[in-house]
Design a protein around this ligand. Structure first.
Ligand code: NAX
Ligand code: ADP
Ligand code: K
Length: 496
């Protein structure tokens, strides 16, 4: 399990550790790791062109010391100082190592731009965990220039401009190819929009671990998910493995039904019971003969469908009066329910539907969450963590917020950030498949929190495998591809 921390938590741990070490030891450690990573990224250290962007704080200090280490190995290092002051020790050491220094406020702007654009490597030491609010000038201009860098951009600790505690980005921010982060992963490196500025995340241990608290945000690794996945034993039968009920689709949206059932079938449900109107039932029977289906008359509830261990409610079911009555019937049951898509619209309109004893998992995208909380979706995308936590607390349910970063929030537990996935997932119907996967896991006896975070991981992995990846070429995926790739994704998790 990967743990992630706020700036305050990291600072507190640093204070504890620093009190036990000679002055400057930590910064030396950080700079040594940073320099080693940078050396590995340069085609050749000797003669390599390195630009160090140094802010006025300790982040600039790390970068200056690392720049000095590279200069001692023959790199041509230029530091551009953004602050009114610079870290004295680091600056002195860089000068002694033969590095050159310019001041962003008073130097030749054209020359500095040229240095950044043509460098083999740009080190972003503008701001780290001490950064607050939008980057001011000249920091913002330097961050913007990094986009035009032809060489590799290495963020020191955190890409400058990204809020290390939340992933929020209030203005300009550096887009790094690699981020070398010290001591512990910061929350903002895992959650968009911050996460998309990180590039390859390279943690470097400086010995903070013993002083870090319980994390507020965690991420499951493949091994964590593999250890949690339901697996049949010798005594299993289809009922013990878990029967998932799916209420989805309508005469207008038949595909949502096929995709949701597909997610559940391919993720390993013992049995899928599907209930809807005649048209989606016909489509589901044709595509997934494994499912047991029931045709519901308009306004009819789920009374005749049979026993299930969990329900998936909502994709494509419509939002009219009959759909409302059906939602009430499903949420009136005493088993866990996943509410997705149209089900979320119904719940946003009538919150009383959520008054129930059994667990509930909501799986909104940011637009649906916006309707639930009365907040524009843009605000949610800019501050995902805060809104995911707020939703879980206000609605007293487990919430899986979809989008470029998927988060699972439940009161009293660390928020889980998902590390798999691909932007190719941004296509119609993939959310339906996700709801089906979560349904299969929930029916197998997992909690909403575990089912949601494992489903997000497996879904993202299947999508990546379907889309291809670095070295093998990539292609768009369709939602059904994601469902069909699930067994391969699950198999890849369980090898080794
Ligand atoms: N404290 C420690 O013991 C260690 C700290 N380390 C480094 O120290 C960093 C934290 O250092 P600091 O606390 O000095 O903070 P930073 O260096 O992150 O930032 C503070 C500096 O940036 C400026 N700044 C902040 N927000 C700004 C904005 N929006 N626009 C323009 N300028 C802004 C401040 O005026 C100040 O000069 C870490 O990220 C890490 O890189 C490492 O050396 C490891 C050890
Ligand atoms: N930019 C993106 N990067 C990665 N994953 C994304 C992105 N946009 C959407 N997704 C994922 O794609 C799926 C879309 O689900 P959803 O919005 O419910 O679509 P639909 O209702 O069409 O099925 C979710 O799993 C979501 O996390
Ligand atoms: K930085």
């Amino acid at each position: 399990m990967l743990s992630a921390y706020t700036s305050d938590e990291i600072r507190a741990a640093e204070r504890e550790l620093m009190a036990r070490l000679p002055d400057g030891t930590l910064m030396r450690r950080a700079a040594t790791g940073l320099a080693a990573t940078c050396a590995g990224l340069l085609p050749r250290v000797y003669g390599g062109r390195v630009v160090v962007l140094a802010g006025g704080g300790d982040n600039g200090g790390d970068a200056l010391y690392a720049g000095a280490a590279l200069a001692r190995r023959g790199a041509r290092v230029h530091a551009i100082l953004a602050g009114r002051t610079a870290h004295e020790g680091g600056l002195g050491e860089l000068r002694r190592a033969g590095g050159r220094v310019a001041e962003a406020r008073s130097g030749d702007a054209v020359l500095m731009e040229d240095l950044i654009v043509r460098a083999d490597l740009v080190m972003d030491g503008l701001a780290g965990i001490g950064g607050a609010g939008p980057l001011r000038e000249p920091y913002a201009t330097l961050a913007r220039l990094c986009r035009r860098a032809e060489g590799v951009v290495v963020a020191v600790d955190v890409p400058s401009g990204v809020d290390a505690s939340t992933g929020e980005v209030a203005g300009e921010a550096v887009r790094a190819d690699v981020t070398v982060t010290f001591g512990a992963v910061k929350i903002g490196l895992l959650i968009d929009p911050g996460a998309s500025h990180v590039g390859a995340l390279t943690p470097f241990d400086i010995g903070l671990r013993p002083w870090l608290p319980e994390p507020g945000v965690v991420a499951l690794t493949g091994a964590d998910v593999a250890a949690r996945l339901p697996r049949p034993g010798p005594e299993s039968d289809k009922y013990r493995r878990g029967v998932v009920g799916v209420v989805a689709g309508s005469d207008r949206f038949t595909g949502a039904a096929v995709l949701t059932v597909g997610g559940a079938v391919r993720a390993g449900a013992g049995l899928v019971r599907f209930a809807s109107s005649a048209e989606p039932v016909a489509r589901v029977r044709a595509r997934w003969p494994e499912a047991v289906t029931t045709v519901l008359a308009p306004g009819e509830g789920i009374g005749e469908v049979g026993r299930v261990q969990a329900w998936v409610l909502g994709p494509g079911m419509g939002t009219g009066e009959d759909a409302h009555a059906l939602a009430r019937s499903v949420l009136g049951s005493d088993v866990p329910v996943i509410v997705d898509a149209d089900g979320l619209t119904l719940v946003a309109r009538d919150r009383s539907l959520l008054r129930r004893e059994a667990p509930t998992l909501l799986t909104p995208h940011t637009g649906e969450l916006g309707r639930l909380l009365g907040v524009p979706s843009g605000e949610i995308e800019a501050a995902r963590l805060r809104h995911a936590r707020r939703a879980a607390e206000e609605l007293s349910v487990t919430v899986l917020v979809k989008g470029s970063t998927t988060l699972v929030a439940e009161e009293g537990r660390p928020v889980r950030a998902n590390l798999t996935g691909t932007p190719w997932l941004a296509t119609g119907g993939t959310g339906d498949v996700l709801a089906g996967i979560a349904g299969a896991f929930l029916a197998a006896g997992m909690t909403c929190y575990e089912a949601a975070s494992c489903a997000a991981h497996v879904h993202g992995l299947a999508a990546r495998m379907a889309a291809g990846g670095p070295g093998e070429g990539e292609a768009p995926v369709a939602a059904l591809d994601v469902a069909l790739e699930l067994p391969a994704a699950l198999r890849s998790l369980t090898v080794g």
